[in-house]
Design a binder for this molecule. Sequence first.
Ligand code: SF4
Ligand code: SF4
Length: 146
Amino acid sequence: MPPDDIDWEAELADDPDWQALSPEERQRLLSVMERMLSMGMAGIYGDEAPDEPDADVPCQSVMGQCRARCCTFIFALTREEVADGRIAWNRDKPFFIARDPHDGYCPHLDRDTFRCTVWEHRPLRCRRYDCRSDPDVWPEGFPQKA
Ligand code: SF4
Ligand code: SF4
């Protein structure tokens, strides 16, 4: 469940994109978010087990095949990630991670190398996701030998 007592203006005080918006645009976004949250169509992830380890996927060895498929997935950011201000989120669907409307990739992905440009600060969902058992990414199974 999303926390319902968030002072978004305070949470987003360090978010340059948020600060660049007019008061009217901010209010519109907050209204959209509240409506979508109430409809179960938007989300913000709360606390997740801090001791859960990050996934240890050998991405570089299979990047030529997956082409960073996971960086097209849509997911909600955590409250901390939104407040941190480093991860771009979807202005039409707060507070899901942003996606480039042209190619569907995350704006933080280097399109030439398929490397994450915010690796040290990437969202929790990116850190914990393990594609190896996901048939949407690997319908034939994760490659045994890259
Ligand atoms: S997690 Fe999987 S899909 Fe994502 S970049 Fe790594 S190997 Fe590719
Ligand atoms: S933040 Fe990095 S790892 Fe996460 S979706 Fe974007 S490019 Fe991929």
